[in-house]
Design a protein around this ligand. Structure first.
Ligand code: SF4
Length: 250
């Protein structure tokens, strides 16, 4: 009897969202998401290396300066690491990135005989990923960005926003690392929806489900989000004490 009472007092379990439900709810808020290639696959590769650990603005500037300076990927591959470093300085970590860009471009050229990577689009997705990831400096995220953004393949790049939102919604478990998240999130929606899923989650993470203060009160997913309200911390009591002591010393 007592067990039954305890059970009746328990909070009803929230039915977590499935990925297609998340998409359906976010589409009117963060859509549309129209795919359009911005760079060729090899250019996207260079851009993605430049974008590591810096803002979109800085990587965009670094990429433009690099291409303005050398004019072609072939010329970048032939340039000295110091000259590349000088051109991409705005993007941060220029020393490491210059060496990486030169090395990968030369390895790609040696293997393919050009910088045309469009053959990857003809491969099964897993094979295309494996082909890219064999190069030092290309991990699951970079591979997915190249395949998804440049070639329109159904690869799911998982950035910090997508990783955070997916964990808060419990689409993925709390112990899943970012690399593994790629493999888990990608098959949650049909291949034709992967790009939109990526875009909606990023936009939601940037605009609503922010890292420090998610706006749960205005979130369209709040009703069944297991993390809803968990970030409403009470104000620290110490502030009154501090302000009083400051006032008394002034
Ligand atoms: S309810 Fe809050 S934690 Fe959940 S997805 Fe929305 S903003 Fe993020």
């Amino acid at each position: 009897m007592s067990t039954r009472r305890a059970e009746s007092k328990r909070k009803p379990r929230i039915r977590k969202y499935k990925a297609p439900e998340v998409m359906e709810i976010l589409a009117p808020v963060h859509g549309p998401a129209d795919w359009e290639p911005r760079y060729s696959a090899a250019e996207e590769l260079v851009y993605t290396i430049l974008s590591q650990h810096t803002s979109d603005l800085n990587s965009e500037r670094a990429y433009q300066t690099l291409m303005d300076t050398f004019g072609s990927l072939r010329a970048v591959a032939d340039a000295s690491p110091e000259a590349i470093e000088e051109a991409i300085r705005r993007g941060g970590l220029a020393k490491q990135k210059s060496v990486r860009i030169k090395s990968i471009l030369n390895q790609v050229y040696e293997e393919v005989g050009s910088f045309d990577l469009s053959f990857l689009a003809e491969m099964p997705l897993d094979e295309a990923k494996a082909w890219l990831k064999k190069f030092d400096g290309i991990g699951p995220k970079t591979a997915a960005i190249i395949l998804c953004f440049a070639l329109g393949m159904p690869a799911m790049p998982v950035d910090t926003h997508i990783y955070r939102v997916s964990q808060r919604l419990r689409l993925i478990g709390p112990k899943v690392n970012a690399d593994k998240a790629h493999d888990l999130l990608e098959p949650m929606v049909p291949p034709e929806d992967v790009f939109a899923f990526h875009v909606y989650l990023i936009r939601h993470g940037r605009e609503v489900c922010k890292a420090q203060r998610p706006k749960c009160v205005e979130c369209v997913l709040a009703e069944r989000c297991p993390s809803q309200g968990k970030f409403d911390k009470p104000k620290r009591k110490t502030s009154t004490k501090k302000s009083r002591s400051r006032a008394s010393t002034s």
